[in-house]
Write a protein that binds this ligand. Structure first.
Ligand code: FMN
Length: 263
């Protein structure tokens, strides 16, 4: 039995027992996706169970994320006072003002060393006594490649050097080109966005609604929540029970043929 490091969780997959179960899961999922809308007005009188937010965020942490670095945080703004202040910083949008809880999703780039170490340790322990080429490669990935890509200076000079290096090395073989400081920011926001989607889908599954928002004053929000200077806010999600007139219009999308392209 291998000791898992403190707070490390091993998540087992639920068993899909039959093709029938798969079919109904697909139907349920399609129903969820269709019924999720960005809700801009929440019912102030309906019951709202804040435990559902906690549960949904716990599911969100199971989202795929780059190199399993988990460089994210989910700040729950529950108290009336903070919520009202935050709603003002969301430019007074209805989706924020009427929300029963607001979630501020952030990236935490400065935790990369600790997370890389944790992942390397986890692999070492999992493969203790039976190390093979794959496990050695995985450890090397966290101990050599991740530091190479994640280490940055204030001005992004190291990233610019990496960019030149991969352009040179990539002349004759495939290379990952996104190695600058800005690329790393994008990388972290991709993972937090996927977590946001898991959260919103989980909330819908519980009968509640959400609205993702990027219309906010990030500087003031960081001050309000006492966030670190290097924390970056991906989005703020308002949530609660949908008001009858909470959806502002029909859902519109461009034609699928314009955006789904087969090669
Ligand atoms: C990154 C992001 C930022 C958004 N910001 C806002 C926002 O600030 N205010 C708002 O009312 N809706 C916001 N939305 C919601 C979109 O307007 C909405 O998803 C889109 O119109 C499609 O509608 P639907 O979500 O109901 O399908 C945002 C959505 C995303 C993904």
């Amino acid at each position: 039995m291998i000791d898992t490091p403190e707070k490390e969780r091993t998540v087992s997959e639920p068993q899909v027992t039959s093709p029938l179960a798969t079919a109904s899961a697909a139907d349920h999922y399609a129903e969820l996706v269709h019924s999720r809308r960005s809700v801009r007005k929440y019912d102030a009188k309906a019951d709202f169970d804040h435990d559902v937010v906690q549960r949904s965020l716990e599911l969100a942490t199971l989202s795929p994320n780059s190199s399993n670095m988990q460089l994210w945080q989910f700040h729950r703004v529950v108290s009336d006072n903070k919520r009202e202040q935050l709603a003002q910083l969301c430019m007074g949008q209805n989706a924020a003002k009427t929300a029963r809880e607001l979630i501020v999703i952030t990236t935490t780039p400065y935790k990369w060393k600790e997370r890389a170490k944790r992942n390397a340790t986890q692999i070492r322990e999992a493969f203790a006594g039976r190390e093979d080429a794959t496990s050695k490669r995985a450890v090397k990935y966290y101990e050599k490649l991740i530091p190479f890509v994640y280490r940055n200076d204030r001005f992004g000079i190291m990233g610019a050097i990496r960019k030149v290096l991969v352009a040179y090395l990539g002349r004759k073989k495939p290379m990952v080109r996104e190695v600058s400081k800005a690329d790393l920011r994008v990388c972290l926001h991709k993972s937090t966005s996927l977590a946001a989607m898991t959260f919103m889908t989980a909330m819908r599954a519980e009968g509640y609604d959400t609205c993702p928002m990027e219309g906010f004053d990030s500087k003031r929000v960081k001050q309000l929540l006492d966030l670190k200077p290097k924390d970056e806010i991906t989005m703020i999600i308002g949530c609660g029970p949908r008001a009858e007139d909470g959806i502002y219009g029909d859902r519109h999308r461009v034609d699928n043929s314009e955006v789904i392209i087969k090669h």
